[in-house]
Design a protein around this ligand. Structure first.
Ligand code: NAI
Ligand code: MG
Length: 333
């Protein structure tokens, strides 16, 4: 097994080494390879996702991606490397679970999964500006909708769940979101054990904020899935704990904490590595089919947090450094 490490910018460089060390402890035979991407890489080389990084990611078949900084304004030649990487590797389904963890402030009854379509919708980067008018293209295809629906159904069953909610806004966008909804319905018909329902995205946001424990799994187009999964992450104790896995067909996968590069805390040695650690656990469970190692890693994270050891985003003034958390975690593996 090979894993391509792309730490990226900011706290990506602080959390990826912790997750890599934990993985090495669990599976010493895994070959780790470093690769470069992100804003600083773009400034240095003119490429946010260098060809060599893409080649290495393809060769390894699995990636742990930290986080990158992206400018909020258009910069000529810059495209978000994680969006490009997901597309290039055809990692079309983004699995974002939110589970209760033993920390103060997290809800104690949440165990749910958001499956986000990863390759199209408004994220295809087709924007145009003409004077005071700007437009963006929203593309939805039947093929991409069907394959993410299938991934959602398979993952939901693998996690012992049986209820799926399709999220859309087909009342306003009947052609695009309507197609997504219809394809999900069609695919779900071949899974009679799954109970399917649907919610408009605004209602889904309200219900997710109000009573998240009612949900098992949701499947959504790219933009809604992005936003709703950050909302769901708040119930799990915050962005420092939210994990995700991007998966495709050919065994290619990108494990990726949901958070960004956190410039406000980068370089201070206090970034929470739990999101990256739990992303590696997802890779172990759903891509490499190593449920025992996944569980050992998840238990070690839970045990560490239950012992009151956590970084400041979770523990406030009692928080420990990234290095101290890593040491406590590795001791439990
Ligand atoms: P962010 O996720 O980087 O930070 C939001 C807040 O959460 C900050 O206060 C940060 O300190 C805190 N936080 C996030 N992760 C944490 C962790 N592991 N431990 C402790 N605290 C943590 O989102 P923000 O500030 O909107 O974006 C910062 C940069 O990251 C931007 O350039 C943005 O484009 C980029 N970004 C990259 C993503 C990626 O690479 N997948 C995803 C989201 C944002
Ligand atoms: Mg996001």
């Amino acid at each position: 097994m090979k894993l391509c490490l792309i730490p990226g910018d900011g706290i990506g460089r602080e959390v990826v080494p912790v997750a890599a060390a934990a993985l090495q402890r669990l599976l010493p035979a895994v070959q780790l390879q470093q690769a470069d991407a992100g804003w600083e890489c773009f400034v240095r080389t003119g490429q946010a996702l260098p060809d060599a990084t893409l080649a290495r990611a393809r060769e390894c078949g699995a990636v742990l991606f930290g986080a990158v900084s992206s400018p909020a304004r258009k910069v000529e030649g810059y495209r978000s490397p994680i969006v490009a990487l997901r597309r290039e590797l055809n990692a079309y389904a983004n699995l974002r679970p939110t589970c209760t963890l033993p920390i103060a402030g997290a809800r104690q009854d949440v165990d749910m999964l958001i499956v986000r379509e990863n390759t199209e919708d408004l994220y295809i980067g087709e924007e145009q500006r003409d004077g005071d008018t700007a437009i963006a293209i929203k593309r939805i295809t039947a093929a991409a909708s069907r394959r993410v629906a299938r991934a959602a159904c398979e993952t939901l069953l693998a996690r012992g769940m049986h209820r799926l909610v399709i999220v859309h806004k087909a009342n306003i966008m009947p052609l695009t979101d309507g197609l997504f909804r219809d394809c999900c319905r069609e695919v779900a018909q071949s899974y009679p054990q799954i109970e399917v329902s649907e919610l408009l995205v605004d209602t889904a946001a309200y219900q997710l904020a109000r009573a998240p424990q009612q949900f098992q799994a949701l499947v959504a187009p790219n933009l809604y899935g992005d936003i709703l999964s950050d909302l769901a992450a708040a119930h799990g104790g915050g962005l420092g704990l939210a994990a995700s896995l991007n998966q495709g067909d050919a065994g290619v996968a990108i494990a990726e904490p949901v958070h960004g590069s956190a410039p406000d805390i980068a370089g201070q040695g206090v970034a929470n590595p739990v999101a990256a650690l739990l992303s590696v656990a997802l890779l172990l469970r759903h891509t490499w089919q190593r449920p025992d190692e996944a569980q050992r890693l998840e238990h070690a994270v839970r045990d560490t947090l239950a012992a009151g050891i956590a970084t400041p985003d979770v523990a406030g003034a009692a928080g420990v450094s990234t290095a101290a958390f890593a040491q406590a975690l590795l001791a439990r593996l």
